[in-house]
Design a protein around this ligand. Structure first.
Ligand code: ARG
Length: 564
């Protein structure tokens, strides 16, 4: 149920009746509860445009709006603000819909095909914290798009091609006998190979020869390379599984898979006059910029950008994507700006296709420095995940007593949930300060707070046993505000969808859970003395709240617990 678009429709009707065509039809949330539920502030701008008195326009409009059954109260305030209070019966009626599995959220009327490019680590190294944000944010966006009805294609654009593989193959050759043992720790393997490369000129030469051999399709090299990629991917999968992220081998669409297409891409760019030769290299120049995009080097080699152009063409023309989201570090924004512009120039993606760089900031430690291990190394993702679960175990066992089995299960859900929630709950464009204590706090905008709220409602519902599904009656402000928030779920998800901003969902969750706690403190449900009518009404309201929490958390890739 989209409340805002329903109000907007009524606004539109009212303006029609007044013979006015306004520029803006958007209502916003009321800034304070005493101003009602929603506000329309467009009368002032409109008055200026029509050279009329804003209050007069607002009053005329208010008189029209009042005719709708949607509103209990329509009020003109100040110079021409219109404060709208929804009718309680409208809220009650719609809450009934929130009692279903989707918490009342409908599917989009015009679903589209979306590609979400996320995680996309380079295969030469073990996954580290830099990949965590892309993996978590990307998975959430994919879940959100899917929930709203889009057809989502999750793509892991792994970096499996490049000069570093020559070095790895050379090291493979030297250590063939215990290759499996060596590969069991990729990080060590990479470091050892790098050390040899830096130390020995002879080894470095061999490594460079292997790059050429690999790129010209030498079978032996390809075999080693592919064994290495397999192993690397196994490791990534372990991370994805632990995180409960929906990436698997079917999502892998590697850089190397575009290799055969790169020559064609450059030829096409040249024949369309998009790429030109400059000092032996093939480049794309952009108007008003002296920073060209190189698509082929002097020595004939292709680049990261060439592959990305091939990927855009594939995603748009073969897969039929209408929106392509690149969940990648903000430091690559210049790269994507250029690649998108080049794709437009080349006609790989026309204006109807949305190409978006979903940029995110860095992960920093509490002192604001890039997140590192104590001795300055990169933090391995797998270790970070395990630590999250262990810390969750500690926090929850302080709060309650559990059997060992229960503790393991809860710690898993809380630990992973907290790790994800903390990342998702800040505007992705900001840098993210990683802080264990804040992340696992019982109070505040954390996964644990939401999971507690859900478990609490669940225990109330369980204690109540079976009860009739019925429209909740909203008898006081707390009930009313809670109901409004529950009903705002669809508007919230749509906003998060448009802006590709997960923190819009976490902000919503925090407000929702906080309103529930307040409601519950003041409006007992199962206490003696509460009459049957009131009890059933409140149980239904609580159930609708639990549904909204569960749906939101699941979109964030976070599980709920029936009991904590
Ligand atoms: N492998 C790249 C890196 O680790 C990220 C790839 C992002 N996706 C893309 N289509 N360029 O920096």
């Amino acid at each position: 149920m989209q409340i805002k678009s329903q109000i907007n429709n009524i606004l539109e009707e009212s303006f029609k009746a007044l013979n006015i065509t306004p520029k803006s039809l958007q209502v916003s949330d009321a800034t304070k509860p005493e101003f009602g539920d929603y506000q329309y502030n467009g009368a002032m701008a409109l008055a200026k445009e029509l050279k009329q008195n804003p209050r007069e326009i607002a009053i005329k409009l208010a008189n029209e709006l009042e005719k709708s059954e949607l509103f209990e109260k329509v009020e003109v305030a100040g110079p021409g603000f219109i404060n709208l209070t929804l009718s309680s019966s409208f809220l009650s009626k719609n809450l009934l819909k929130s009692l279903d599995e989707r918490a009342g959220v409908s599917l989009k009327e015009n679903p589209i095909k979306v590609v979400v490019d996320y995680s996309s680590p380079n295969m030469a190294k073990q996954m580290h914290v830099g990949h965590l944000r892309s993996t978590i944010i990307g998975d959430t966006l994919a879940n959100l798009f899917e929930f709203l009805g889009d057809e989502v294609i999750r793509q892991n654009h792994i970096g499996d091609w490049g000069t570093q593989f020559g070095m790895l193959i050379a090291y493979f050759e030297e250590n063939q006998k215990d290759i499996d043992a060596k590969l069991s720790d990729l990080e060590e393997f990479y470091k050892a190979a790098k050390k040899r490369f830096d130390e020995s000129e002879e080894f470095a030469k061999k490594a460079r020869e292997y790059v050429v051999k690999l790129q010209s399709g030498d079978e032996g090299c390809l075999r080693l390379w592919s064994a290495f990629i397999d192993k690397s991917l196994q490791h990534c999968q372990e991370v994805y599984d632990k995180l409960g992220v929906k990436l698997d081998k079917n999502c892998v669409k590697s850089e190397s898979s575009y290799n055969d297409d790169l020559g064609n891409i450059v030829t096409e760019l040249e024949s369309k006059g998009v790429a030109k030769e400059s000092q032996g290299a093939k480049c794309i120049f952009f108007e008003g910029s002296d920073n060209p995009l190189i698509v082929q080097k002097q020595d004939g080699g292709f680049l990261y950008a060439t592959t990305d152009l091939a990927a855009i063409r594939y995603r748009v023309q073969e897969l039929g994507a209408k929106r392509v989201c690149y969940v990648v570090d903000a430091r690559q924004s210049e790269h994507f700006r250029q690649v998108f512009e080049a794709a437009r120039l080349a006609g790989f993606a026309d204006e109807r296709v949305l190409l978006e760089h979903i940029a995110f900031g860095m992960m920093l430690d509490k002192s604001g420095k890039p997140f590192k291990t104590r001795d300055g190394g990169t933090v391995k993702l797998i270790d970070l995940i395990d630590e999250a679960v262990n810390r969750a175990k500690e926090v929850i066992s302080r709060a309650n007593e559990y059997s060992q089995e229960e503790l393991e299960k809860i710690a898993q859900v809380v630990g992973i949930g907290s790790l994800k929630y903390a990342d998702l709950s800040i505007n992705r464009q900001s840098n993210y300060i990683f802080d264990w204590d804040k992340m696992l706090s019982l109070d505040g905008n954390t996964a644990l707070y939401m999971q507690y709220a859900y478990a609490r409602i669940n225990s109330i519902l369980n204690k109540a046993g079976e009860f009739e599904t019925r429209e909740p009656k909203l008898t006081d402000t707390l009930e009313r505000r809670l109901a409004l928030k529950v009903l705002a779920l669809e508007d919230t998800l749509l906003k998060a969808y448009q802006e590709a901003m997960p923190h819009i969902i976490t902000n919503y969750l925090y407000e929702l859970a906080t309103l529930f706690m307040k409601f519950y403190e003041n409006n007992p449900i199962l206490k003696e003395g509460v009459d049957e009518e009131t009890k059933i009404s409140r149980l239904n309201l609580a159930k609708a709240t639990a549904n909204a929490i569960k749906v939101s958390l699941n979109i964030l890739g976070i599980e709920v617990l029936e009991r904590i």
